[in-house]
Design a protein around this ligand. Sequence first.
Ligand code: CU
Length: 174
Amino acid sequence: MKSFFATLLCGTALVSCAPTMIVPPETTSPPMAVTMTPVHRAANGMIVAHAGLMGWGAASAALPAGAQAIILEGDPTKAELFTLRLKFPNNYVLPPHSHSAWEHITVISGVLHLGMGDQFSMANATELRAGSFAAMPSGMRHFVHAAGETVVQLHGMGPWTVTYVNRADDPRNR
Ligand SMILES: [Cu+2]
């Protein structure tokens, strides 16, 4: 006769319950396919993007030349949630600017210097290493500098625009 405790523990890793164990039938279905596309969007809306397989493209014309981008989710120009990544080359500078909506920035790799205000100044910038995060309200003026190739992830609610403090800094005006 089973003891009270053996009955309680039956089915846990602590007690073997061989007579009642359910052995799953051998599966004949193939293993789950690995998605090899850069960003896979399923019909039900699910998105899967594998690190190392994302295809980089040219960043928005609103950013100084040299940045690359990939949009993971949504459309930043529309009123919807978006997630994108930007890759900056070493010493890339994004002059003082602000956005039309909150900016949420996560550093994926590299080092990003982020400063607040109308004037670019490394002395007034904080160093954000991989894994760091910052968020800034719409209209807040800020600037960034990349030390080494740096990848950041931005997410937020669109429509999302960039407005430079100095018009001359806007590559769209050139
Ligand atoms: Cu910004």
